[in-house]
Design a protein around this ligand. Structure first.
Ligand code: NAD
Ligand code: TYD
Length: 353
């Protein structure tokens, strides 16, 4: 049994599906179902006894204590977070509450549970904290990629709240001996991603014939990783990672935002030609930049490759094509996430840009 937090979100849901497919052992999935959590992501597990879904907050310590006592997990994989940089700029409070205080609550209850385990169970237990490369700040165009020893320099409220959670996780290992592992991963893309993030937003806007809002000049660089590769990296870290260590996970696939948007448009031109729009790229619209917009992220994933034998399997072009195909094939999923709450966000973020 493992306990996953945030398993109804984008990466968490992909991880739960991947875990059941590869490991086949039961998962308790604790998720608050914020705007980003969607039970439809796990509809295929509806009648599968190996998936136990619990709607709840990681800050609900009585609930967390109860779940740990009842299910006796040998690992916790902690995804639950507020995850969108633009939302953290518009309202940072929730980011501190979930990412910092929530991780603290989870660590406290985990420590209490873990302290009561027998020696063998204690040694085998893992708390895997899923974090981001954004804690390292921003790179210049010619800087070397982030490694595990790069100093933390978070720039957005999101990145700062994740950095705070990483520090707490680290401290629980050094102070209390809790067997923690932290993974810091680059930008993910793939099926089930909420359409507030770059790639699904561009796919869905293009299909609706709406402008494709590129922040600034579109030359900011991100290192893209297919979500299935991230899930495999987490499984490798859980199985073979050393407690107290951190592992950077990245796709070795740096692209400017404009390259990404043009690539999405080219796939749509081919798969969903539109007689009214000769090329979807004609919808690209430059809008006001994100405040404090990090210039470039890049991950040196050498440590996880050398020590745990993990490497990304998907190339960006094939992964992006799969992703576009998935959105085209799942209009009912798209409808279900484009609720009133989602439309309010789109108005708040883009209306005045
Ligand atoms: P997401 O926003 O799609 O999903 C987050 C999930 O957490 C949702 O299901 C939500 O309901 C749940 N949640 C939020 N607050 C909660 C709370 N207080 N208690 C319980 N559940 C709560 O996020 P994602 O993109 O799947 O990211 C998952 C994790 O991976 C995050 O920790 C994020 O920082 C990290 N990460 C994301 C990326 C990326 O590119 N998306 C890259 C690196 C790391
Ligand atoms: P995003 O998907 O929000 O991820 P992150 O900010 O965590 O890297 O954004 C990826 C890049 O795309 C980032 O440089 C901001 C840019 N971007 C746009 O240009 N337009 C948009 O509408 C969005 C959502 C992002």
């Amino acid at each position: 049994m493992i306990l996953v937090t945030g398993g109804a979100g984008f990466i968490g849901a992909n991880f739960v599906l991947d875990w059941i497919a590869h490991e086949g052992t039961p998962v308790v999935n604790l998720d608050k179902l914020t705007y980003a959590g969607n039970p439809a992501n796990l509809a295929s597990l509806q009648n599968d006894a190996r998936h136990i879904f619990v709607k709840g907050d990681i800050n609900d310590r009585a609930l967390v204590a109860d779940l740990l006592k009842k299910h006796q997990p040998h690992a916790i994989v902690h995804f639950a977070a507020e995850s969108h940089v633009d939302r953290s700029i518009n309202g940072p409070g929730e980011f501190v509450q979930t990412n910092v205080v929530g991780t603290f609550s989870l660590l406290e209850e985990t420590r209490a549970y873990w302290s009561g385990l027998g020696d063998a169970e204690k040694a085998g237990f893992r708390f895997l904290h899923v974090s981001t490369d954004e804690v390292y700040g921003s790179l210049g165009s010619n800087d070397p990629a982030f490694s595990e020893t790069t100093a933390y320099a978070p720039n957005s409220p999101y990145a700062a709240s994740k950095a705070g959670s990483d520090h707490l996780v680290r401290a629980y290992h050094h102070t209390y001996g809790l067997p923690v592992i932290t993974t810091n991963c680059s930008n993910n893309y793939g099926p089930l991603q909420f359409p507030e993030k770059l790639i699904p937003l561009m796919i869905l806007n293009a299909l609706a014939g709406k402008p494709l809002p590129v922040y600034g000049d579109g030359r900011n660089v991100r290192d893209w990783l297919y979500v299935g590769d991230h899930c495999a990296g987490i499984r490798a870290a859980l199985a073979r990672g050393k407690p107290g260590e951190t592992y950077n996970i990245g796709g070795n696939s740096e692209k400017t935002n404009l390259e990404v948007v043009h690539a999405v448009c080219a796939i749509l031109d081919e798969l969903r030609p539109n007689s009214l729009i000769t090329h979807y790229s004609s919808l690209i619209t430059y809008v006001k930049d994100r405040p404090g917009h990090d210039w470039r992220y890049a991950i040196d994933a050498g440590k996880i490759r050398r020590e745990l034998g993990w490497e990304p399997q998907e190339r960006f072009d094939s992964g992006l094509r799969k992703t576009v195909e998935w959105y085209l094939a799942h209009p009912e999923w798209v409808d279900s996430v484009q609720t009133g709450e989602y439309r309010k966000w789109v108005d708040a973020n883009y209306a005045k840009r």
